[in-house]
Design a protein around this ligand. Structure first.
Ligand code: GTR
Length: 332
């Protein structure tokens, strides 16, 4: 009896740490995989991953469970990406910016003033260029599964910023990505790469004078309370992505890989719907809070674009080619 109990406890432990475990003859083996997410439980990207997990569980009759660890419980984005690369975490949903530090080609998808609008971006992501990018991730140890919407990003600061000159000399937090550091430097500001979770206190204590993000993140992080000036300049549209660890992926059967791929891809529409609603709500809430929102003039936008041009010129040939395909995509 004691021995049986020991076996049962040992089996339960194996299941709990998320590796294959053979159950009794009637039970199917189960597997629990972990997904790292930086946002809170209700944020659209988290909810996209929850939908992905729900579909996988349903289609494997509960054999594969994906647990979504939101709120950076498994670490900040760059750390989570590193863990995914060596198989310590199974999946992560991140912005492509921190991932571009591992996969430089991703810069092609996050260049400033690249897309005409969100439809342009989505045509690219869902089309052949998006698929090629997924394939390119594999040599770096990642399997691309979804693109999610991350809207447009704007600068926000603790003092009023209306022109490019106003940014000059300010310390601006950027994601841990070479392209974003260079971009801020070209505007005459000092880039400060910093994990997402540290930005609020950075702004509050004056370690940084500003940051940049989309409306939803500006709201949910409460950055809007400490950096009340936003210039609606939409300098970038940075897609979100979900990747699996190649190390883990290779241990899955082709059938399970297919189920996971399809479920992830189907979760895109769910995330996009939630995103569209929340992006609007977030903007309304921030405007209602009385923040100072500046619409930049055409001259200011043109100056920003001109200052950022060296980012395009510096790209290696194959990335330049991809950028050109993106710019002219769908007969543009
Ligand atoms: C958000 C994005 C996060 C994170 C964050 C940041 O827009 O959804 O994944 O990258 O920006 O600025 O660190």
């Amino acid at each position: 009896m004691k021995k049986l109990l020991f076996v049962a406890v040992a089996l339960a432990a194996v299941v709990a740490v998320g590796v294959w475990a053979g159950g009794s003859a009637e039970e199917e083996p189960t597997m629990t995989l972990r997904l790292a997410e930086t946002h809170g439980p209700d944020y659209p990207t988290t909810q996209g991953s929850v939908e992905f997990a729900r579909l996988v569980e349903e289609r494997t009759d509960g054999r594969i469970k994906i647990e979504v660890f939101h709120s950076a419980q498994l670490g900040e984005e760059s750390d989570a990406i590193e863990q995914v690369q060596f198989g310590g975490i199974d999946f992560t949903r991140v912005s492509i910016s921190p991932l571009s530090a591992f996969v430089p080609e991703l810069d092609a998808f996050q260049m400033p003033f690249l897309y005409d609008d969100a439809d342009h971006m989505w045509e690219v992501l869902r089309g052949d260029i998006g698929r090629e990018m997924f394939e390119g991730l594999e040599e770096h140890g990642f399997v691309g599964l979804t693109w999610y919407d991350g809207g447009a990003r704007h600068f926000y600061t603790t003092s009023r910023v209306e022109t490019v000159d106003d940014l000059s000399g300010l310390s601006i937090r950027v994601q841990e990505a070479p392209l974003m550091m260079d971009m801020v430097e070209l505007l005459g500001a000092t880039p400060v790469p910093m994990p997402f979770g540290e930005v609020y206190s950075g702004l509050q204590t004056g370690v940084i004078d500003g940051a940049e993000n989309n409306w939803p993140s500006y709201l949910t992080t409460s950055h809007y309370e400490v950096a009340q000036y936003l210039i609606e300049n939409a300098h970038t549209m940075v897609p979100e992505i979900t990747v699996a660890s190649m190390e883990v992926w290779e241990t899955l059967s082709p059938e399970d890989q297919e189920i996971i791929r399809e479920a992830a891809w189907e979760s895109i529409d769910h995330q996009k719907r939630l995103w569209a609603e929340f992006e609007e709500e977030a903007e309304e809430e921030i405007r209602a809070a009385g923040n100072t929102i500046t619409e930049p003039s055409a001259e200011v936008l043109a100056e920003m674009q001109e200052r950022m041009q060296p980012l395009y010129d510096r790209q290696p040939g194959h990335v330049k080619d991809m950028i050109e395909r993106i710019q002219t995509y769908g007969g543009r």
